[in-house]
Design a protein around this ligand. Structure first.
Ligand SMILES: Nc1nc2c(ncn2[C@@H]2O[C@H](COP(=O)(O)OP(=O)(O)O)[C@@H](O)[C@H]2O)c(=O)[nH]1
Ligand SMILES: [Mg+2]
Length: 373
């Protein structure tokens, strides 16, 4: 462990103004980039973030996203240092099938908010993203207008890693962005499947985007996503699609009456919008503002954040145990064979599980496990 003096070089500030990219090798300096960059201690990061230095913010996020053990302690010191200044925001999660228009919607909403003087940070959660950043690179063009706005900050999904790792990074990135002064945090789910619940667990308001006339009007119902929603928006309500969008809106509104609300004390509302033409966007924002006022009034707003923090701790414990187990060399070595034996019925499931757990405990040294914390 390098503690507070872990040092590294980052390359993020060389990006275009509103968009930062993941520094995939914080300690490598990146090919062709100058290696001699001033090394920062935790207090440099904290001071820089609180002073509104975007380059430092980008470097701090890269630090938080680093998988290198040497960066962990420093990252945690930075997050802890800014934590008292975080939290003063509305966190909005946006989900929907690929192609529904999430990025276009965020561009429209984000620009609308920036023009009102709000400071908007956009993050993506995509556990499936590859080293290249996958879909977010395409999104950069889609959010071009927003990315040029001085009040906006767009951060791609951290690459690599499982869902647990990606959500840990995103949650810490939210903290950094809030401490910096972003008052609106928008989180786009990019991957399909599990990322929805992960994002729901880190935001105040969860918006589901839908399309009209996609065959099954109640798409998403089965997946239970609608049940997580605080608001629904039928996107692409423009041109020939307008009538169908309005019909879908009515159908979803009716269906919502039979569902348990995603947030108790709040009934999800359904809107139509066009992210390209811009209509419906201000109304959706007004709904989010109403939600915040109402939920703050009842205490539900801060209660949810508290629950989220407590759940986050439990998740981190589970993640840690999971990682320790699957990174254990003896477990890794035996896993394929034990799995095959269970598959073929040569070993019972529970005997297989116990065999691997035994290997884990026999080869784990207590001192190492404690030192790894
Ligand atoms: N007509 C119309 N097209 C839209 C609208 N919003 C997004 N699109 C288009 O839908 C496609 C997918 O949009 P994108 O924002 O990348 O979707 P994402 O995968 O959910 O992020 C793009 O070609 C957009 O131009 C809209 O409101 N109306
Ligand atoms: Mg997108």
């Amino acid at each position: 462990m390098c503690g507070g003096d872990a040092e590294h070089r980052m390359t993020d500030e060389n990006q275009m103004p509103g968009v930062t990219r993941e520094g995939s090798s914080p300690e490598g300096g990146g090919a062709g980039r100058p290696l001699a960059r001033r090394r920062l201690g935790p207090e440099d990061y904290v001071r820089g973030i609180l002073a509104g230095d975007r380059a430092i913010l980008a470097r701090a996020i890269t630090l938080v996203e680093s998988n290198a053990a040497a960066h962990m302690d420093l990252a945690q010191e930075v997050v802890a240092g800014v934590l008292p200044h975080a939290g003063n925001s509305i966190r909005v999660g946006i989900t929907g099938v690929p192609g529904v228009g999430k990025s276009t919607f965020i561009e429209a909403l984000g620009t609308h908010l920036c023009e009102q003087g709000r400071k908007v940070a956009v993050l993506a959660v995509d556990p499936s993203s590859t080293v290249t950043g996958g879909s977010i690179l395409g999104d950069k063009t889609r959010m071009e207008r927003l990315s040029r706005h001085p009040n906006a900050f767009i951060r791609p999904s951290p690459s690599a890693g499982n869902l647990g790792g990606v959500t840990r990074k995103s949650r810490e990135t939210i903290v950094l962005c809030e401490a910096f002064g972003y008052d609106t945090i928008i989180v786009e789910t990019v991957g399909v499947g599990q990322s929805e619940t992960a994002v729901r667990a880190m935001v105040d308001f969860f918006l589901v985007l839908l399309l009209a006339g996609a065959g099954d009007e109640l798409q998403g119902m089965k997946k239970g996503i609608i049940e997580l929603a605080d608001g629904l928006a039928i996107n692409k309500a423009d041109g020939q699609n307008k009538v169908a969008a309005e019909a879908a809106r009515l159908e979803y509104s009716r269906a919502l009456h039979y569902l348990k609300p995603g947030s108790s004390g709040w009934r999800a509302e359904v809107f139509t919008c066009s992210s390209i033409e811009g209509h419906g966007i201000p109304e959706i924002w007004e709904m989010i503002v109403r939600f915040r006022e109402q939920m703050t009034g009842t205490g539900a707003f801060s209660a949810r954040r508290q629950t989220q923090r407590a759940n986050w701790m439990v998740e981190m414990i589970e993640q840690h145990l999971y990682d320790s187990f699957y990174s254990n060399p003896s477990v890794r070595e035996a896993l394929p064979e034990v799995r095959a034996a269970v598959l073929e019925g040569r070993l019972t499931t529970s005997a297989g599980a116990r065999d691997l757990l035994r290997r884990f405990y026999e080869t784990s040294r207590l001192e190492d496990m404690v030192a790894g914390l």
